[in-house]
Design a protein around this ligand. Sequence first.
Ligand code: DQA
Length: 144
Amino acid sequence: MTDIVFVLNGPNLNLLGTREPEIYGSDTLADIGAMLGGKARELGLEIDFRQTNHEGVLVDWLHEARSTGAKAVLLNAAAYTHTSVALLDAIKAIGVPVIEVHLSDPATREGFRHLSYVGMAAVDEVKGLGARGYAVALEKAAAL
Ligand code: DQA
C-alpha cells in the first residue's frame, strides 16, 4: 500500500497568491498542492493536502493522521505555530513524525515569530524556501 503523508496548512494560507506576495511569493495554495502532488508521484507517496483557518481542526487532523496510519505530516501551522500549546500537545500525542514547514523564515522576522511550539515536537523543519520548501519537506518525509 502507498504511504500517505498529510500536508496540513493553517490560517490565512488560503489567501496565498495575493497575501503579502513579497513575503510569501505569488503561488496560490492550489499551485503548491498541484506541484506537491507531482513530487509525491515521483517519490511513490500519496499526499492528503488540506487547509483550515481553525486551530481545533488542525488538532483533529493531526489525530486523523494517527488513526489513518500516515507516514508523516508536513505542517505549516502559520500563526498558530507561535501560539498553540494544543498543537504541541497533539504532535507529541500522535506518534507520527511531523515536519514543520514555513514559506518564509520566521526567525528573520518579528520577534513574536521566533517562538515555535510546533518546533518543540517536530522531527525536522524547512523554512525560508518558499513553495519549494514543501517539496524539500516531502523528500525528508520520504526518507523517514
Ligand atoms: C508562515 C509564517 C508564520 O509566521 C505566519 O504567521 C504565516 C505563514 C510561513 O509559511 O512563512 O501565516 O507559516
